[in-house]
Design a protein around this ligand. Structure first.
Ligand SMILES: Nc1ncnc2c1ncn2[C@@H]1O[C@H](COP(=O)(O)OP(=O)(O)OP(=O)(O)O)[C@@H](O)[C@H]1O
Length: 219
């Protein structure tokens, strides 16, 4: 599980305090994939980063009681001057996994062909997204963190393969998806929450969360 205990987080912009969470307490349990609905700019990425341990709360505590992934799309661990192959093998060693397996898996899934051996710095945004998503799916976590759904690639073959692998992973793993739209969440999550005024309101069904979200965002 991931548990937020009385977590507060805000940013001072020089003019105002932007509150993301205000003494918020909630948990994500293994086996119960959850979508978090929140409008743009209200703190989705900040919450996902706190779940991953990339950002600290100002107050309170985030407890990670299982293997939590880095957020999908996070490039922090990927070195631009190294190729996808070198990055994949390096990350495999960091996680104590077989570099041959991680290389073969990511090479197959991202479909970069000869670019797999080029430095990542030479990739387009879509190619980077394909590689980092492949790397995320190659590693085994209990909870996968996804910001705004699947990478926006125009490669239909990749989208199909990655969607299939993600669904397979979710047979045993749990996902947290933050998004500003319900349709990103409905493919993978049954329960959902709405981020509102620094609190996370959890619902057993996406339908209930959508009602509150639509009411708040559309009036
Ligand atoms: N380090 C920071 N310093 C100051 N303000 C920040 C910082 N990080 C985020 N913010 C502000 O906090 C708010 C929430 O940011 P965040 O990126 O978490 O939102 P988001 O919901 O993921 O946004 P989007 O939907 O646009 O991706 C934004 O107004 C952002 O400008």
């Amino acid at each position: 599980m991931i548990e937020f205990k009385g977590v507060s987080k805000s940013f001072w912009t020089g003019k105002q305090r932007k509150v993301i969470l205000d003494h918020a307490s909630f948990r994500v349990d293994i086996g119960n994939s959850m979508g978090i609905l929140a409008p743009n700019g209200t703190g989705k990425t900040t919450i996902i980063n706190m779940m991953a341990g990339l950002e600290k709360p100002d107050e309170g505590e985030v407890v990670r009681g299982c293997r939590v992934s880095f957020p999908l799309g996070f490039m922090g661990g990927v070195v631009g001057k190294l190729s996808a192959k070198e990055n994949a093998r390096y990350v495999a060693r960091l996680y104590g996994l077989d570099p041959d397996y991680i290389e073969a898996f990511t090479r197959w899934l991202c479909g970069l062909e000869e670019y797999y051996d080029f430095p990542v710095a030479t990739y387009s945004q879509g190619m980077r997204a394909r590689f980092t998503f492949s790397l995320l799916l190659a590693l085994e976590f209990d909870i996968y963190l996804i910001d705004e759904g699947m990478p926006q690639t125009t490669d239909a073959e990749f989208n199909r393969k990655a969607g299939d692998v993600l669904r397979q992973r979710l047979e045993n793993a749990t996902v947290v998806i933050v998004s500003h739209q319900a349709k990103t969440i409905e493919k993978f999550c049954r329960s959902a929450a709405v981020l509102l005024n620094g609190q996370l309101h959890k619902f057993d069904t996406l339908e209930e969360a959508k009602q509150l979200y639509d009411y708040e965002t559309q009036g």
